[in-house]
Write a protein that binds this ligand. Structure first.
Ligand SMILES: [Zn+2]
Length: 522
């Protein structure tokens, strides 16, 4: 019996409609929802402000009302009144942020054995209410989930489908005409954009031009195979709207070479080669604040080009042990996903054939130069978004998104700049800032509510919370998102996480499986 039938049966037995709302894991939407007494951290860079009452009618923010002052009792007379059929959520002392936008979220994958329900719940448990999928299992698969999510038939963030360029085509796209036709078809199907991995210049030019004409947006992972002839600057000039990761950026910054300093026995299909040499790439680029570095940065900003760095997905490169011993693996990582992460000549991103101190130190240096660029890009007015790319390299859905925020902090972002990057900047990059991205009257009701102040410690956003020692010397966990609200529907974030743990427990029981560290004999 599947869950839906089971839920239906319970409803029939109990005749209780409130269970119906529970069956999708959420509560609502309501004709009126009042979130009371919360401190608002908006996505526009504004400092925290509270207490406020936020009134939502169905799925639209109706009013945001300051109802008092810190430390002073709230006067009831000043507050929005609850109407019949309405719902109140008392959030006094808590913090409310706009729903998070994950700009790089693959909805699981067959190789990882990660099904959408598992991935979606991990995302929603971490306040992610919008996800851009930069290529996945195919446009039809993603669009089906997108429709279900839009109707809130499933527990899932709102989804934007950026189809992998060429996906679904029988032949390799080898001419500009073929590229244009594929792009037109993709738009006709209802996709929101395209995700490219690099291609010959004439194909990139045609695809980006056609896509732009149709009013769609685009993302590109500039794979090393095409980057010598076409780097991010070429893409930005041709109309690409966002770059993923960082490849193609050092190449745009080259001054004394035109290709990466590859060892002569390098093989791109050997991922130890690929990732180890990538760790030496930033130092081959122009130095921070040099003329060339400045010129490239300023041109990208003038083209309104978005950087989606996905810092977290490379973190195992500089600290493998940290990534593989992350405390959430035990409870929330599926056996199939854990297997997929193990060193392998086959699985993508499992490149530690022999990963040691030398590789990690090189990557630490790589990060410094990369982060310097990203932070200064933000300082000069460039748009930087928050994206995770989970499901690879020990990075787990939801958790990795919070780690991405921490890495933006390390890059030099003020916590308020991070929240803006995770909300308004994402919304802008998707062309949805009139609907989501800030808590503004008229926008959709997508919120994250957490008991602790996330600006003070971003770790409170992790599902596992932050470690804290109390006044009486007791170790406790604080935080973890309390409510994720999407489309005016309230989800108990901790309950979602519990469901994920149950899925993982069941799978471990079925397989008699235990998470073990790589290569240790039985
Ligand atoms: Zn990706």
């Amino acid at each position: 019996m599947n869950i839906k039938t089971y839920a239906l049966l319970i409803i029939l037995l109990c005749g209780n409609l409130s269970i119906l709302a529970q069956s999708n894991g959420g509560d609502g939407p309501f004709s009126q929802l009042i979130i009371r007494g919360v401190t608002l951290i908006n996505g526009n860079g504004a400092p925290p402000m509270g207490p406020v009452d936020i009134e939502v009618i169905n799925n639209r923010i109706k009013s945001i009302k300051v109802v008092g002052y810190p430390g002073v009792a709230i006067k009831d007379s000043d507050r929005p009144q609850l109407k019949e059929g309405g719902k109140e959520l008392n959030c006094e002392g808590m913090y409310l942020l706009p729903g998070f936008v994950d700009m790089h979220g693959h909805i699981g994958g067959k190789a990882q054995g990660a099904e959408p329900d598992y991935v979606f719940k991990l995302w929603m448990a971490h306040g992610i209410t919008t996800v851009r999928e930069p290529s996945g299992r195919g446009v039809d698969f993603t669009l089906d989930l997108k429709r279900k999510s839009a109707k809130n038939e499933i527990v899932a963030p709102r989804i934007l489908a950026y189809t992998g360029f060429g996906q679904g085509s029988d032949a390799t796209i080898s001419t500009p005409e073929m590229a244009r036709e594929w792009v037109r078809n993709n738009a006709k199907k209802g996709a929101d954009g395209i995700k490219l991995f690099g291609a010959p210049p004439e194909i990139m030019t045609a695809a980006l031009d056609e896509n732009k004409k149709l009013g769609l947006r685009s993302a590109c992972h500039h794979a090393q195979l095409n980057v010598a002839r076409w780097n991010v600057l070429h893409s930005a000039r041709a109309g690409l709207t966002s770059m993923e990761h960082w490849y193609g950026l050092p190449e745009a910054l080259f001054e004394d070479r035109t290709v990466q300093d590859y060892p002569l026995d390098y093989n791109y299909n050997n991922e130890q080669d690929r990732f180890e040499e990538a760790g030496k790439l930033w130092k081959q680029a122009a130095k921070p604040y040099s003329d060339h570095w400045n010129k490239v940065m300023d041109e990208l900003i003038s083209l309104d080009f978005t950087l989606d760095p996905t810092f977290n997905i490379y973190e195992a490169s500089r600290d493998l042990q940290r990534a593989r011993r992350a405390e959430w693996h035990e409870d929330y990582t599926l056996p199939s996903l854990w297997d997929f992460y193990q060193p392998s000549k086959i699985s993508h991103g499992s490149y530690w054939h022999y990963w040691g101190t030398e590789q990690e130190v090189a990557w630490k240096e790589n990060y410094k130069l990369w982060m310097t660029f990203v932070n200064e890009y933000k300082n000069r007015g460039g748009r930087v978004t928050t994206g995770s790319d989970s499901g690879f390299i020990f990075q787990l859905y939801g958790f990795a998104y919070i780690r991405e925020m921490e890495l933006l902090r390390e890059a030099g972002f003020h916590p308020l700049e991070i929240i803006r990057s995770a909300t308004l900047n994402g919304a802008e990059a998707l062309g949805m800032d009139d609907q989501i991205g800030t808590v503004t009257v008229g926008k959709l009701a997508d919120f994250v509510i957490v008991a602790e102040n996330p600006l003070e410690n971003l770790k409170v956003l992790y599902g596992t919370g932050a470690i804290k020692l109390t006044e009486d010397n007791t170790v406790v966990r604080v935080g973890g998102v309390k409510y994720t609200i999407k489309d005016g529907i309230i989800y108990d974030a901790k309950a979602l996480l519990k469901e994920v743990k149950q899925m993982v427990d069941a799978e471990k029981k079925r397989l008699n499986y235990q998470i073990k560290q790589p290569g240790i004999p039985e």
